[in-house]
Ligand binder design. Structure first.
Ligand SMILES: [Zn+2]
Length: 273
């Protein structure tokens, strides 16, 4: 899938999950907490494609994420791609093909989702509030780039970076400082996982079984059959899937916040009687 679809799927997953937690486990979040979690999960849903360096320089394909912060993120993408290729080459078995590009390898595995979620949690636990602000800055940049791709394309990376800074500043000014932030790591990890699921329904699949060796292959690409696969950037993705993700997001927002609004309204009615 392309960047915007990935970002939308991440946002939809987080909003639906927040609604379910609220509904069935009585976990209440403030609107700001839900917004921050959603932005981070949408950004996280773009993170695995930070392994697309080669295509970025030729300005092709789903390079959304690597252009977020201009040259800086292009450089990060280059490092991530080479590192992923290194992991691939170091762990490949005799029947895994030789590769010269790391796209859809290490960053598209379950251990990566876990590692990045754990790393985020560790950063927040170690450095607290300011780590949270840094993570919000970085991830909301990715989310903006993904969710508002046309705008981001026109505005360019300087504006996107400035907009992320404003979001981080607003969050810094309003997020409570007196508590941990256990959901941030979860949001990043869930975002990555949703990305992998999204790539599984497109051609070629993802190495979701890594590092389980099967039949002298460690990097078996798993996905639905190519004949049924969703065409990247095709009608099913752009119209059907994106509409579905948007509807899920809106319904979840309504489910999360409309009852509260109604309740307050009722109380006001009561009070005035
Ligand atoms: Zn991907």
């Amino acid at each position: 899938m392309m960047g915007p679809s990935h970002a939308l799927s991440g946002a939809a997953a987080w909003l639906a999950g927040s609604w379910a937690l609220h509904q069935f486990a009585n976990v209440a979040q403030s609107p700001l907490e839900v917004a921050v979690g959603t932005a981070i999960c949408a950004g996280g849903a773009l993170l695995p494609d930070l392994d697309m360096s080669g295509k970025v320089t030729r300005n092709q394909g789903g390079a959304t994420v690597a252009r977020t912060f201009g040259v800086a993120s292009l450089f990060v993408a280059e490092v991530v791609e080479k590192f992923s290729l290194g992991v691939y080459t170091a762990t490949k078995l005799s029947r895994d093909p030789r590769r010269d590009n790391g796209h859809r390898t290490f960053t598209h595995t379950l251990p990566f989702c876990g590692l990045i979620g754990w790393g985020t949690t560790a950063l927040c636990a170690g450095y607290g509030y300011w780590a949270v602000i840094g993570i919000v800055f970085f991830m909301s940049g990715l989310a903006l780039r993904g969710l508002f791709d046309k705008w981001a394309e026109r505005a360019g990376w300087v504006i996107v970076t400035l907009a992320s800074a404003v979001i981080a500043w607003f969050t810094a000014a309003n997020l409570p400082t007196d508590r941990g932030y256990p959901l941030l790591g979860v949001a990043v990890g869930v975002g990555c996982f949703v990305h992998i699921l999204g790539d599984m329904i497109t051609k070629n699949g993802v190495p979701i079984l890594w590092p389980i060796p099967l039949n002298r292959r460690m990097w078996r690409m798993v996905g639905i059959p190519n004949s049924m696969a969703v065409k990247v950037g095709g009608k099913v993705e752009v119209v059907v899937l994106r509409t579905a993700f948007t509807v899920i997001s809106l319904l979840s927002i309504a489910g999360l916040f409309v009852p509260g609004v109604l309740e307050r309204f009722n109380l006001d009615v009561w009070a005035s009687k």
